[in-house]
Design a protein around this ligand. Sequence first.
Ligand code: GDP
Ligand code: ZN
Length: 456
Amino acid sequence: MNNPTIAAISTPMSAGAIGLVRMSGPDAKAIAASVFRPIGKRTIQNVPGFSAIYGHVMDGSEPVDEVVVYVYTAPRSYTGEDVVEFSCHGGPWLLSRVLRLLLDHGAVPAQAGEFTKRAFLSGKMDLTQAEAVMDLISASGADASRAAMAAREGALSRKTQAVCADLTLLAAHMSAWVDYPDDEIEELTDTHLEETLSRCAGELRHLLDTFDTGKILREGIPTAIVGRPNVGKSTLMNLLAGYDRSIVTDIPGTTRDIVEETVRLPGGLVLNIADTAGLRTTDDPVEAIGVTRARGKLEQSSLVLAVLDGSAPLSDEDRELVLSLRERPAVAILNKSDLGQSGDEDWVRQQLTHCVTLSAREGTGLAELDTAVREALSLGAVDPSAPMLANERQRGCVRRACSAVEEALDAQRMGMTMDAVNICIDEALEALLELDGRQVTDAVVDEVFANFCVGK
Ligand code: GDP
Ligand code: ZN
């Protein structure tokens, strides 16, 4: 193994208090030592295991920056190689200069995701754990980061490796029995075979079901906020978004176009909310366009928040809206609770299972809204730290494995030979080994890491 030593700036290229330049590879310590002058007796070459040393990055005799250098000795580092990190002052120009010095002294620029790729190649993490690093960085809410953290710790691969182990045992047993039928190898009973295959198929199907939930946690729920003008849609949206994004006025029909915003509910759910023009018939042509778009948004969304003014009697339009939502995931929001209740709440609750009373102006009732949304989307029981498929690649592998196991089950039930069953099991194993990267082509690996940013 003769990997070049790679270097990159690992923090964003905008001014910050601290910026990190990272280097990994067999020459990392030597290259670092040639541009670093420690203050004190500890040097990059003489410190033990992992250490931090204070000193200066030097360009010849000129001090470039005052830094803390972190030294990690192979194999106890992120990549499994010698790693040296320069914790510099976070100016983009300064960081570029430090990086350039390292390149001048023999390091090569790291490719996107190359540090994590090396960690994978040296066995520090499997492929699903590497993918979780990226999901962790892009996590936009508490549930998303919890899910990524669980995957980072191997929740998904532990699950699929358990299925792998079951299938491998079956396969081994079957080939032994096929090869040495006269020896005293206990015959695999049909029931045992069928039970194991059914259990594996069930677990793989269950994993496939987690994909949609995972997507919701990662990317947020496409949500439309609808309701008559002036019921408080924009106020609610602003409250959730934490700042004034929509124009709030008391002239009906102000929100003419669609305002989209990613907001977080108190429990951590992320909603991609479109605040739409009020759904009403209008003679104003501009507003009419808004209303048409609002209906379009409504069709595309996975969740509808129907806002009503709970302090005033419901209009016919309000009732029509509520009735139109009975067949889909929706939450009725009786707003303006600070002004009292009109008494139509019972009717709304009879029509829609999920209904909350809140005041967008006062900011009360949001926790109830979070609960209602989870219930409306049947997310109540979702445990973000359970094994979950995080991307299309993983889903593809599990899908292949699942259909191969189902095929094996069919073959067995139809009374086909052990060989035929075994071929299907092999196929399933192949797909599962690809999932965690234990057996994977370079092309797949390259594709996974191409999506990373440089420096990670
Ligand atoms: P939209 O047309 O549905 O987007 O309604 P807006 O958010 O623009 O609000 C219309 C008016 O209702 C504004 O004057 C808001 O301040 C007011 N409003 C919104 N929510 C509440 C609330 O919870 N309580 C009270 N008292 N007024 C509210
Ligand atoms: Zn509005």
